[in-house]
Design a protein around this ligand. Structure first.
Ligand code: ZN
Length: 513
C-alpha cells in the first residue's frame, strides 16, 4: 500500500499544476492527481449525505443534504457549517434525488459562495424546488432540519442543470451520466469518469418491488462504488398490499376512520396509488373518500403527475384520475369541515410521517378515543416522535398528550387523551429503500469492482453490510466522517488520516424516508 502524507488538502490541490509526474505517494499517477473521495455526511448514520470528490480538475460534491438531529451524536452545528471544504472551491454538484437529507444544505452552500452548476434529473429539479418552497412554511418533519433561505432559493434553482437519464455529459473534464436508482421519482445514480477511473455514487437505492418506481440500474464495472445500508445486511422483506387493503376495509366496514402518516415526498404518492389499485380490485370500498389534506403533499402530487413517464411500466399516476375514485385534495379547514358534514368513514393520508406535524396531531386527537378508528404506521418512527410514542404499549394505559381546541379560551391546549384506536405497523413493505440482500446481489453482478464504500446506515448496519461484502471478496469499507479514500487505478486504498473523526452511536432502527 502506498504511504500517505498529511497535508492541507485545499492548498495541495491549488499547487497541483504539474503534468507528467508519476509518483504515487504524493497522490499523482499517470500525469493526473489521483481522485479521492472525502465523506462529509451519512457516515455510520443515515442523514446528511454529502461526498466530496477531489480531482485533478477541481472539487465536486455528490449530494448536499441536511442532518437529522434525532441522532444525538450529530454536532449541533452540522446543518450550519461545512467543516471539510470551502463552498467556493466546489465546481459543481451532482444530486442523486430530492430528499431533504440529500439537498437540504444546498441553499447554505449557495449562501457561502458556491456558484457552479447543480446537475440532476429534471424531476429531481422540480421536486427540489417544491421541497424548498414547502420548507418556507414547513408542515413536514422531513424539512424541519433543513437550512433554507427563501431569498437565495430562486438564484440557487437557476444553477440547476437538468440532465436526462442515460445521457452522457462532460463538464470540466468530468464525464458523467445519471441512471435509474428506483428510490423515489427522478432518483438517479451518478456515474462519474475522471482520470481513468469510474465512480458510481448510488444514492439511495429503491427496493426490488415498489408500487411506483422502476428497478435500480444494474451496473457492471466500477473502480469505486458508494452504496447505502439503511437495512444493513437484512434480507428480503415481505410486501402484502392486499392484506393491507383488507385490514383497511375491516376498519371502514365497522364505521371507523383510517389515519396513514406519510412523508409528503413519495410515501404519500405511493399510498394514493396503492389505495387506488386496491379500490380497483374491490378490496377497499370504492366510495370511501381518501383525503390528502396537505397543500405541501399536493405540490409533490403535481410534480409526480408531470413526470408520469418515469414510473415503472403499466403504472398510470394521475391524481386527477384518482379524484374520480374518491381522492380529495383539500386544505386543512375544508378537510375537517368535510368530516363534520359527512359522518361516513374516511381515509386520511397525513402529511407527517411520524405524526408530529401538520394536521396529523389534530387528526390523531380527534380519532384517539374511538375504538372503531385505526392508525396504520407505514414507515419507521423515531422513539421521540408522536408516532413512536403511540407504538409504545404505555400509550394504551397512560394515554398521550395531544392538541385539543378549547372553544372557551379559543386556543389549542395539550390534553392527555385515552388511546382506544387500533394501531398497526406495516413498516418495511412500504419502504423505498433496497434491502441489504438486494444490494449484495447488485454488487455480485458486477464483472469488475474496486472499493465499495458503505454509507447511509446506522453504524451496526454499515458494518454488517460491509462485512458481508468483504465475505464476498469485495474490498469494502464503512467510512467515518471526514475519512478520505483515494481511488488508485483499478482498485482503491484508504489513505489519509481523518481531518475530523466522529464517533456516532448506533440507533436501533433503520431510517425510512
Ligand atoms: Zn432518499
Amino acid at each position: 500500500m502506498p504511504t500517505s502524507i498529511n497535508y492541507d488538502r485545499r492548498a495541495f490541490l491549488k499547487d497541483t499544476t504539474i503534468v507528467g509526474a508519476s509518483f504515487v505517494a504524493g497522490g499523482f499517477i499517470f500525469g493526473n492527481k489521483v481522485p479521492k473521495v472525502t465523506f462529509c455526511g451519512a457516515t455510520q448514520q443515515v442523514s446528511g449525505s454529502c461526498h466530496l470528490l477531489e480531482t485533478h480538475y477541481g472539487d465536486f460534491l455528490i449530494d448536499c443534504g441536511s442532518f437529522f438531529p434525532e441522532n444525538e451524536s450529530i454536532p449541533v452545528d452540522a446543518n450550519t457549517q461545512f467543516p471539510l471544504f470551502n463552498p467556493k472551491d466546489i465546481k459543481a454538484v451532482f444530486l442523486t434525488h430530492a430528499h431533504i437529507d440529500h439537498i437540504g444544505k444546498l441553499p447554505l452552500l449557495y449562501l457561502k459562495g458556491f456558484r457552479g452548476p447543480v446537475f440532476c434529473t429534471d424531476c429531481t429539479r422540480d421536486l427540489a424546488a417544491a421541497m424548498y418552497s414547502i420548507a418556507g412554511g414547513s408542515d413536514n418533519q422531513e424539512l424541519e432540519s433543513s437550512v433554507v433561505s427563501t431569498q437565495s432559493i430562486m438564484a440557487l434553482l437557476d444553477l440547476f442543470v437538468p440532465v436526462p437519464y442515460e445521457q452522457v455529459r462532460v463538464y470540466e473534464n468530468i464525464t458523467f451520466r445519471f441512471t435509474e436508482a428506483g428510490h423515489i421519482l427522478g432518483s438517479a445514480m451518478a456515474e462519474i469518469w475522471v482520470s481513468g477511473r469510474k465512480f458510481i455514487f448510488s444514492g439511495d437505492m429503491g427496493p426490488d418491488y415498489a408500487p411506483l418506481t422502476r428497478l435500480p440500474h444494474q451496473h457492471d464495472e466500477a473502480d469505486f462504488v458508494l452504496v447505502e445500508s439503511t437495512y444493513g445486511a437484512a434480507g428480503k422483506k415481505e410486501v402484502d398490499f392486499r392484506d393491507f387493503g383488507r385490514q383497511i376495509a375491516k376498519v371502514i366496514n365497522r364505521g371507523g376512520d383510517v389515519l396513514l402518516p406519510a412523508f409528503v415526498l413519495h410515501k404519500t404518492q405511493s399510498l394514493i396509488f396503492v389505495i387506488h389499485q386496491l379500490k380497483q380490485e374491490g378490496i377497499i370500498p370504492r366510495k370511501v373518500p381518501v383525503i390528502c389534506d396537505s397543500t405541501s403533499a399536493q405540490k409533490i402530487n403535481h410534480v409526480y403527475n408531470t413526470y408520469s413517464s418515469y414510473f415503472k411500466r403499466n403504472v398510470v399516476y394521475k391524481s386527477s384520475t384518482f379524484n374520480k375514485d374518491g381522492l380529495l385534495e383539500l386544505n386543512t379547514s375544508k378537510s375537517f369541515a368535510f368530516k363534520k358534514a359527512n359522518q361516513n368513514p374516511v381515509i386520511y393520508i397525513s402529511a407527517s410521517g411520524m405524526l408530529d406535524h401538520a394536521n396529523a396531531p389534530k387528526h390523531l386527537s380527534e380519532m384517539a378515543e374511538n375504538e372503531k378508528n385505526a392508525v396504520f404506521i407505514v414507515g419507521w418512527q423515531s422513539p421521540k416522535s408522536l408516532g413512536g410514542k403511540l407504538l409504545e404499549p404505555a400509550s394504551k394505559t397512560n394515554g398521550l398528550q395531544l392538541p385539543v381546541f378549547n372553544p372557551k379560551l379559543q386556543k389549542v391546549e395539550m390534553i392527555t387523551k385515552q388511546i382506544n384506536l387500533e394501531v398497526s405497523r406495516w413498516g418495511p413493505g412500504f419502504s423505498s429503500h433496497a434491502t441489504g440482500q438486494q444490494i449484495l446481489e447488485w454488487v455480485s453482478k458486477f464483472k469488475r469492482i474496486g472499493t465499495v464504500c458503505v454509507v447511509h446506515g446506522e453504524k451496526p448496519n454499515c458494518e454488517a453490510l460491509s462485512g458481508k461484502l468483504k465475505g464476498m471478496g469485495v474490498d469494502s469499507v464503512a467510512p467515518f466522517f471526514g475519512q478520505t479514500i483515494k481511488a488508485y487505478h483499478g482498485s482503491t486504498r484508504s489513505s489519509e488520516p481523518p481531518m475530523l473523526k466522529q464517533d456516532n452511536s448506533p440507533v436501533v432502527a433503520p431510517s425510512d424516508k
